[in-house]
Design a protein around this ligand. Structure first.
Ligand code: BTN
Length: 246
């Protein structure tokens, strides 16, 4: 991964650009990275604030030969790889909030937006969009309580290149491991060690119903297993999970 890096000073969205490239045949492993995004995209149609020179805004093109239904596993292993990469490069105690937000001292420092194109039960490409607040000094009022940066928490500037390098190393390693074994067992064990959600009370929206429960484990497929107040355990594939008190 990252043998070819397309670097921009300014772009609307690296995910959008990576999709364009992938659709016109760009090889697996190519990365689009920009100093600034004018229309950075988050999950659930949200915008992602991506000011110039302060963060890592990048998208990785993947072409895994797995079923589209297994794409969420790529998202999970990406969350794990980014978590370990940031930890290694900065020494900061970053954690994963299931499925793939990264938090530091209970505030979000990184989000991952996976976009897939698939046809006839086969994946054409997956775009892994990774946004990390690295040297951001401050956030708008409405994000202050929930978002932070490595610089704010670590009280120093960090070298973005070092972080990207460390992330790509883990990402390549974990991606290859998963593609070889098509099995998440070892990766999920690692994931659990970094996961802040497990053991916590969570609020979940599941099948249009909102409830409180305890996140007790991850299934073999990486879904969150939640014990409801009546003792029933359900598995949640994705969606909005908020950890209570955070
Ligand atoms: C989230 O909502 O948590 C996901 C945020 C993903 C942001 C990244 S920044 C690089 C890439 N390009 C985009 O437009 N979005 C992703």
């Amino acid at each position: 991964l990252g043998r070819k890096i397309v670097h921009y000073h300014q772009i609307d969205s690296t995910n959008k650009e990576a999709k364009k490239l992938a659709a016109s045949g760009e090889k697996e492993g190519t990365i689009v990275i920009s100093e600034e995004q004018l229309a950075g995209r988050g999950r659930l149609g949200r915008t992602w604030i991506s000011p110039a020179g302060t963060g890592i805004w990048m998208s990785v093109i993947l072409r895994p030969s797995i079923a589209p239904t297994d794409a969420s596993k790529i998202t999970l292993l990406a969350g794990l790889a980014v978590c370990e990469g940031i930890k290694e490069a900065t020494g900061l105690p970053v954690q994963i909030k299931w499925p793939n937000d990264l938090v530091l001292h209970n505030k979000k420092i990184c989000g991952i937006l996976t976009e897939m194109s698939a046809e006839m039960e086969k994946i054409n490409y997956i775009i892994l969009g990774i946004g990390i607040n690295v040297n951001t000094d401050s956030f708008p009022e409405d994000l202050k309580n929930t978002a932070t940066s490595l610089k704010i928490e670590g009280e120093k500037e960090y070298d973005r290149k070092e972080i990207v390098k460390a992330i790509l190393m883990y990402l390549e390693q974990y991606y290859e491991l998963y593609m070889k074994n098509q099995d998440m067992e070892d990766l999920l064990e690692k994931y659990k060690n970094h996961c802040l959600t497990l053991g916590k009370e969570v609020k979940i929206i599941h099948r249009n119903e909102e409830f409180i429960g305890k996140a007790v484990d991850l299934s073999k497929e990486g879904e969150l297993m939640v014990e409801k107040q009546d003792g029933q355990v359900i598995t949640v594939f994705s969606g909005e999970v908020s950890v209570r008190g955070l």
